[in-house]
Design a protein around this ligand. Structure first.
Ligand SMILES: C[S@@+](CC[C@H](N)C(=O)[O-])C[C@H]1O[C@@H](n2cnc3c(N)ncnc32)[C@H](O)[C@@H]1O
Length: 244
């Protein structure tokens, strides 16, 4: 396993909850299923999963009979990589996808399929990241949470979403890929506000950005008008227009 030292807040949060994560990732699981259903089912030389987590995409690929000679699982969290499936064809890389050397050891090939589900919204440098991904392989499928995730929650708390808008995502991706975009909205219902807020903390979707103090969160729980949380995901089917 290769190691990357610098960690952002969101990475720390993912690591802390690596073991609880499997129980809390309902939406992410649906997202991974939807993403893999779009993948053309054939044998690939290499498949790279960016922000692989505990292996949702690897499991789905097996279910959908998409095979590969080698599978590169890249994540900045060692704890996540530990619970990712292992096999002789799986290579694990502990790397921050924003780091300058993130993809240094990964050879680029036209027959490499690049995948990522529920992770790229945390990139600190979207433009650099999509340029680098577009150099790794010709075909790519991404599922990325948009700023409309937790829309009413952010409006109620009067805070700005910490993640990118659909427009920013699309405008960046089209610089490097020919694309087909699809937006999907999800709702996750809760019996109590307490459970809802526990979910936000444990799911990893809040990215660890502590924008609110304890009292503000308490007030937000009282004022939040919905019994569900909102999610929006941009699905991208992409063909690199710049791969050399
Ligand atoms: C919500 S999880 C999704 C995991 C998996 N792809 C899935 O569909 O279930 C996001 C993953 O992205 C990883 N991640 C977040 N920021 C990252 C970064 N800058 N570099 C590499 N991985 C990152 C986290 O450690 C976490 O495993």
């Amino acid at each position: 396993m290769k190691h990357e030292k610098s960690k952002t807040n969101s990475m720390k949060e993912f690591s802390r909850f690596a073991y609880a994560y499997n129980r809390y990732n309902t939406i992410q699981k649906q997202v991974a299923q939807t993403l893999v259903k779009r993948v053309v089912p054939r044998a690939y030389d290499t498949i790279i999963d960016i922000g692989c987590g505990s292996g949702a995409l690897y499991y789905q690929l097996q279910k959908e009979h998409v095979s590969m000679k080698s599978f590169i699982a890249l994540d900045s969290s060692e704890e996540m990589l530990k619970i990712h499936p292992e096999s002789t064809k799986i290579i694990k890389y502990c790397k921050n996808f924003d780091a300058d050397d993130a993809f240094e050891a990964i050879p680029s090939s036209l027959d490499t399929l690049v995948l990522s589900a529920s992770a790229l919204q945390w990139s600190q440098d979207l433009d650099k990241l999509f340029y680098e991904l577009s150099q790794l392989g010709q075909s790519a499928y991404f599922a990325i949470f948009t700023a409309n995730t937790f829309k009413t929650l952010h409006e109620t708390a009067k805070i700005k979403s910490p993640i990118y808008t659909v427009e920013t995502l699309q405008n960046t991706i089209v610089k490097y890929y020919e694309t087909k975009f699809e937006l999907k909205q999800y709702r996750l219902y809760f019996d109590t506000k307490k459970e809802m807020f526990a979910y936000i903390k444990k799911s990893g979707v809040s990215g660890g950005k502590r924008q609110l103090g304890y009292l503000q969160i308490k007030r937000l729980m009282e004022n939040y008008p919905l019994d569900y949380l909102e999610f929006e995901v941009l699905f991208v089917s992409a063909t690199s227009s710049v791969i050399k």
